[in-house]
Design a protein around this ligand. Sequence first.
Ligand code: ATP
Ligand code: MG
Length: 422
Amino acid sequence: MSKAKIQAIRGMNDVLPNQSPHWQYLEQHIRQLMETYAYQEIRFPVLEQTQLFKRSIGDATDIVEKEMYTFEDRNGDSLSLRPEGTASCVRAAEQHGLLYNQIQKLWYMGPMYRHERPQKGRYRQFHQFGVEAFGMSGSTIESEVILLSAALWKNLGLSQYLTLEINNLGTPANRIAYSEALRTYLLGFKSVLDEDSQRRLDTNVLRILDSKNLETQTLLENAPVLEDFIDANSHAEFEKLLLMLTDAGIKYKHNSRLVRGLDYYNGMVFEWTTEELGAQATVCAGGRYDGLVKQLGGGDTPAVGFAMGMERVLLMLDELGRIPDAISRSVDIFIALIGDENQEKGLLLAENIRQALPSLRVLTHCGGGKYNSQLKKAYASEAHCVLVLEDDEVKLKMLDDEAKTEVLDCQGIISKLGNIFT
Ligand code: ATP
Ligand code: MG
């Protein structure tokens, strides 16, 4: 009886060896960027109490309503795989006393989980790089966070393919007043609204602004505008932010319909979008969320941050050919071991070479076989040279056009290799 092979869960991707250098390339750029801005890495578990996400992201959001992987563990506790990083980051920082009267500039990177319909740029396990800055109000930190994301696009050669959209949601009180006005207006047209929007009238009215439904969009043209509800201070701070962006040479589009899907935002919100990825256009999104720390049981703590979808950035890098060929390094030295008597000797020689020349990639063939079959494998590995241990001799054979072979002692090999590769 044949047994069916077990497959990965739909929407959860394996990263194979030919693709992992691309991930490493992006991850290295991110790490380096965070060094240059002096942000510190924080890591938190992939699993949290379900309550954490309900209280932060909001009960009436798509994420909590439809997308979370929630289950009871063996103790009967309701747990959820993290659908995003901000809530966990706040939980961890608060739990360990990092937020009390302090400034923190943090970043994280890792897998997130949402039960969505898988398609290009949308998966059930995906990865985010995120930044969260705590303890700072005002437009300076907001600018820094946006500048930092722009610097990443520049370093990756993607700037020309990304557009910054930005909006101001005002204070939490402004947001509530506007939501009320919008609800009152839309209630008059309830029967015309699409089904999702009708439901959102009661739960999350701002999200109706995001509706893709054409009739709903037409109705919205005459709806009250958020900008009219924003108080003078918030408005002035937002103007300062826009000015700083202009001075820094960052182009933006003020999109007054941009509200973001999560409940915890106030003040400025932004998204970086692209035309390169079809429907999955948002590559990076964030904003200010001053109320969240308190909402999760901490003190009043201003906060601002963003999350970037790493798969979407990688799709752009791949499709636009922005990943340098040089990142897929081939083997430098292939070590062929012929006969039982040479196995141990060869392994030890390889150890010595790695110690003496740590920048080289040394591949020891551990699978046995005759000289010719090992040589074929050496060529296939695209190694620059092969060391053959056979009959008590160590031969160095160059695999480039000259294909020269020399017989050398072990020390001689190491110094010879040093000369070849430096
Ligand atoms: P979308 O509108 O595409 O559903 P979102 O508003 O749900 O995005 P956020 O919660 O703000 O997204 O997450 C930030 C970023 O994470 C997104 O801009 C996107 O790049 C990425 N992202 C979100 N969900 C997914 C997913 N299911 N698969 C891949 N990337 C995702
Ligand atoms: Mg979504």
